[in-house]
Design a protein around this ligand. Structure first.
Ligand code: MN
Length: 408
């Protein structure tokens, strides 16, 4: 039997005394990865202090992105809830391995079903001595951790269906891309400058004249190993529609849908699979670069969770709307202090300008601005003008406001 766990996560071992947890932990994890908390029958104040210290220790390890295994002799529900909470706060996945064999296994039966509902992303059960003896643990890399991809890259801002500008920008960057044929036969031919790859910051669709062809180019380039991409909020909304959910026909999706309805069913299916498989952020080039649609906080880099996905798609919203009826977002980049360069889109700005080691490459092409790319590691900004404004901007191009009380 093989158990696959994320290379970086919190592993909580659950089992009755005598179920072999410690033997299991020592057989499969390094000594410095295992934490054995003292949960005994101490006086309440002592127990409380110890629990707090333990929580801090786990938190510190997870903040430093260290896999951590908790092997507690008598882990109760409330302790597991605390551990899941710590993992949640540090954007680590929580995984439990439940050992149900052994002399006192009856002590566990009550909670086995409950463990599945406690917030662990994965629950692995080893139910016999044979399974326990034969199991191997494999660590898988998080899909957001692409530090081994060293580039060079050309990171391209929100395209929003502007296919002519995309082809023009790619040409300016040295890529030769064309679309030939019609109907089922329509396909992309592309060639990249030696060794370079495009990275799309998302929002490939909506508002513009040719979202299907933009998707066609990006999907083709990814298949050919010529590009990477993260999803934008518009792509995520399109995915909901493709999966049959009701979505509001606002902010340009109506155009995309009528364009997609002229495409074969197989194409829509391909688009659905493509968006479904995108990961919310990419941590690249030895950790020196990250790409996320609406940006990302330093403590989220190379991790994956529902909260991170939310931030990467929409940014940090205050829950209120502005005078244009759009959600108020905070200017996370103004507060960014990390060493990893972050390239993002989402909020159209008049000019791509560096701020605290971050760069917004959404220069509002679909609104008649420019389509912009960053060449990495050259840090050269390349752009082409929009042929025309395909949609009217709802609010002026600008970075979002600062968080109340924050002064840079
Ligand atoms: Mn956008």
């Amino acid at each position: 039997m093989k158990i696959t766990i994320p290379e970086f996560c919190l592993v909580v071992l659950v089992g009755a005394p005598g179920s072999g947890k410690s033997v299991f932990a020592n057989a499969h994890f390094a000594a410095d990865e295992i934490i054995v908390p003292m949960i005994g029958n101490d006086a309440p104040e002592l127990a409380e202090d110890q629990s707090r210290l333990l929580q801090e220790l786990i938190e510190v390890r997870l903040r430093h992105r260290q896999l951590t295994v908790v092997d507690a002799p008598n882990l109760r529900r409330q302790h597991r809830a605390m551990l899941v909470q710590v993992a949640h706060q540090t954007y680590a996945q929580a995984v439990s391995v439940v050992l149900t064999s052994g002399r006192q296994s009856h002590l566990l039966e009550e909670s086995l079903e409950h463990i599945g509902k406690e917030g662990f992303q994965e629950v692995h059960v080893l139910s016999s001595q044979e399974e326990l003896a034969g199991v191997t643990i494999e660590r898988r890399r998080l899909r957001t951790d692409r530090r081994d991809e060293t580039g060079p890259f050309d990171i391209i801002g929100d395209v929003h269906g502007c296919v002519d500008e995309l082809i023009a920008l790619l040409a300016k960057l040295g890529y030769a891309v064309e679309i030939v044929g019609t109907g089922e036969q329509r396909r992309v031919i592309s060639r990249t400058p030696a060794g370079r790859r495009a990275v799309f910051v998302g929002d490939l669709v909506d508002r513009g004249p040719a979202s299907p062809d933009v998707l066609r180019i990006v999907m083709h380039m990814i298949r050919e190993g010529q590009a990477l991409a993260v999803p934008g909020n518009h792509d995520a909304k399109l995915l909901r529609w493709l999966k049959g959910s009701k979505v509001k026909m606002t902010h340009g999706i109506a155009e995309t849908i009528s364009q997609l309805e002229k495409e074969p069913e197989s194409f829509r299916h391909e688009v659905r699979t493509f968006i479904e498989n995108l990961v919310s952020n990419l941590w690249l080039d030895g950790g020196r670069l990250a790409v996320a649609h609406a940006g990302i906080k330093e403590e989220m880099l190379g991790r994956a969770s529902a909260l991170i996905r939310e931030f990467c798609l929409y940014g940090e919203t205050s829950g209120e709307t502005d005078e244009f009826g759009l959600p108020i977002r905070y200017h996370w980049a103004a507060e960014y202090t990390g060493e990893t360069t972050i390239v993002y889109g989402h909020t159209p700005v008049p000019e791509a300008e560096w701020l605290n080691n971050t760069l917004c490459v959404d220069t509002g092409c679909v609104f008649g601005g420019r389509l912009t790319a960053l060449r990495w590691p050259e840090r050269e900004i390349v752009s082409v003008p929009a042929a025309r404004a395909y949609a009217a901007a709802i609010r002026p191009f600008a970075h979002p406001p600062l968080r109340p009380g924050f002064s840079p």
